[in-house]
Design a binder for this molecule. Sequence first.
Ligand code: CAA
Length: 240
Amino acid sequence: MTRIAIVTGGTRGIGKAISLALKDLGYTVAANYAGNDDKAKAFTEATGIATYKWDVGDHDATLAGVKQVEADLGPIDVVVNNAGITRDAVLHKMSFDDWNEVMRINLGGCFNMAKATFPGMRERKWGRIVNIGSINGQSGQYGQVNYAAAKSGIHGFTKALAQEGAKFGVTVNAIAPGYIDTDMVAAVPEAVLEKIVAKIPVGRLGQAKEIARAVAFLCAEDAGFVTGSTLSLNGGQHMY
Ligand code: CAA
């Protein structure tokens, strides 16, 4: 049986690696994106993975986007909530908009995607939801009250929904990546990033494909006993 998967923010960074890993394992993948249409088109041409544009922070757009994927590909079996943004600033410089956008997209996106897909998984008695949290939702991070709160919220969301899905064969898990070699981390000021990397025991940034491997494990047919868990992949930076 071919499983249908949606990866949000699935055309770049960690999301791209997840889309590719699931495709390689035989899933039919829809990669959601919110940004550049030309880049998404190039992604589809290079990978053969269909792309769908909507803002996961927009409730109605998410319901409509998922409906379109289902019309094109079939009922959704797997959701990877990966889409996320940063708006880093110390609290006294952070605007309400910086706070709200990060909460709306990073945490609200998980709710919107679950509303669009969880009821169907529950009815069909099989599903996999993997939410991408963060080391910074576990440990906090200077300059990230918005992001840390949203990612910490994702960890709570995961444990709550896991309890609702358990008897219906729907697992809900989180991954907490540390600092991964992506555009998001590259945007951290160089001097700050150097200090962060110096605190990673394995001595390097993680690779997106290392996160994708863990996501693939959680999505597998035989991973049905793993639910409500958070898998930390951070090079030993935070042992939790
Ligand atoms: N702990 C303690 N103090 C710190 C600090 C830290 N981690 N980082 C900065 N400071 C201090 C600085 O030393 C400085 O102090 P002095 O004025 O006494 O020298 C003061 O805070 C101001 O620092 P900046 O000059 O950097 O201030 P800024 O307003 O220009 O920028 C910032 C602040 C936006 C928080 C910037 O430091 C920054 O971008 N930090 C990185 C935040 C980060 O790690 N983001 C992660 C992004 S990747 C991601 O989120 C993915 C994931 O899941 C892991």
